[in-house]
Write a protein that binds this ligand. Structure first.
Ligand code: EPS
Length: 392
């Protein structure tokens, strides 16, 4: 079982993650993990914080001589902004006069619910942990999961299919998504230049009016073999596991597998992917083919050999420069919601964070199926199974 947990405050000293269950012998390419962190920081409409941070992973344990050793991997990502917060957010009592209160909760953020729950008299501590900065730790952890999956030939990437009112009108190919992800400049993460330009217009409008705007990202897991997850038990269904993991990301309010949403308004004949059989001597593990992939690569909670397609629907960021109505925590007077600084649009970055969650989930179900304490053992089991379904 691959498990991970994260800790860290947005303006604390560092963000950390602990990952366990990865087999020994996974080659660890830290430049790759750092590039994932860089990708999460990009996008048109990110705020001032991203100019302060250059997120880099620091490995404390579980990796030696460039490979995992099967022990828990502990990692840290330093917050460069900490130097501006050391006195405002000290570990020890410090000077209460320097405390920077978040005096009025932001509608849509965890501020009010968190303050009520933990009995905080302002929302500072809520913001510190509820912030999407936490997704940095997930992206680093997901980078390790991707390194394991790479050994099995599985890749996970994302792209943006909607920002505000602008939607991509066609499907993207895997090659387009891979080319986009290799670029050293990220605008809004859309494979179609003309659509991306119109998406930029949505962000510019939000920027002009002191508002925020988000949209929909699509994560694609490529080369996933048939047979991951199971219908046998409700809590092992792959669609359920993916929905949970992506839904747990900040600002994600709905998750769709394949064409899940429009399937609900269509006839069965328009939705289900017919089954064909390739007679052309294809070398793929299974020669059962589909003319399209509306199921998003999952039927009955089990991967069917097509690409996994998971979409995340993001609410707009709840910190608005033109704040919404709120109430002061101390006096209960009507006022505007607190504003320090914020992003205007984060869809491409959220897509990268969702890639990490999908990679961790797929790595976990792969580890459950193929087992193995070392990569050699896991690969042997994996290849044996691939041969089995090839001969099916
Ligand atoms: C984020 C860092 C944060 C916010 C954002 C995500 O930095 P700061 O609060 O210092 O500006 O930009 O967090 C939120 C959207 C939020 O509501 O808290 C990051 O690293 O992604």
């Amino acid at each position: 079982m691959i498990r991970f947990s994260t800790a860290g405050e947005s303006h604390g000293e560092a963000l950390v993650a602990l990952i366990s269950g990865l087999p020994a012998g996974v080659p660890v390419d830290l430049d790759f993990v750092n590039r994932e962190l860089w990708r999460r920081q990009q996008g048109y409409g990110r705020g001032g914080r991203m100019k302060i941070e250059t997120d880099k992973v620091h490995v404390l344990s579980g990796v030696r001589h460039g490979k995992t050793i099967g022990s828990p991997i502990a990692i840290e990502i330093v917050n460069r902004d900490w130097k501006n917060w050391e006195e405002k957010l000290p570990v020890e009592a410090g000077d209460p006069a320097k405390h920077q209160a978040v005096a009025s909760p932001r509608p849509g953020h965890a501020d009010l619910a968190g303050a009520l729950k933990y009995d905080f008299k302002d929302a500072r501590y809520v913001l510190e942990r509820a912030s999407a900065r936490e997704s940095t730790s997930r992206v680093a952890a997901g980078g390790f999961a991707k390194l394991m999956l790479r050994e099995l030939g599985i890749e996970v990437l994302s792209h943006v299919i909607r920002v505000g009112r602008v939607e991509m009108q066609r499907a993207a190919t895997w090659e387009e998504i891979a080319t986009l992800s290799a670029k050293n400049e990220v605008v809004l993460g859309c494979v179609d230049a003309e659509t991306e330009e119109r998406m930029k217009g949505e962000v510019e409008e939000a920027s002009r009016t002191g508002d925020t705007v988000n949209g929909v990202f699509e994560v694609v897991a490529h080369n996933v073999p048939a047979g991951l997850g199971t219908y046998a038990n409700w809590d092992e269904r792959l669609d359920g596991l993916l929905a949970w993991s992506v839904m747990s990301l900040q600002a994600v309010k709905a998750v769709e597998i394949g064409r899940g949403v429009t399937a609900a308004e269509s006839f069965g004949s328009q939705v289900h992917d017919p089954i064909h059989y390739a007679t052309d001597g294809s070398t793929k593990p299974t020669r059962f083919t589909r003319p399209h992939n509306n199921a998003g690569g999952i039927e009955g909670g089990v991967s069917n050999g097509e690409d996994l397609i998971v979409r995340g629907y993001l609410k707009p960021i709840s910190t608005l420069r033109r704040p919404l109505e709120s109430v002061r925590f101390d006096t209960r007077e009507a006022t505007s919601a607190s504003y320090e600084r914020s992003d205007i649009c984060v869809v491409p970055a959220a897509g990268v964070a969702a890639e990490a969650m999908v990679a961790l989930t797929v790595a976990d179900v792969a580890q459950r199926k193929f087992g193995g304490d070392s990569m050699v053992e896991m690969k042997r089991n994996f290849e044996g199974y691939i041969e089995q379904i090839r001969r099916f």
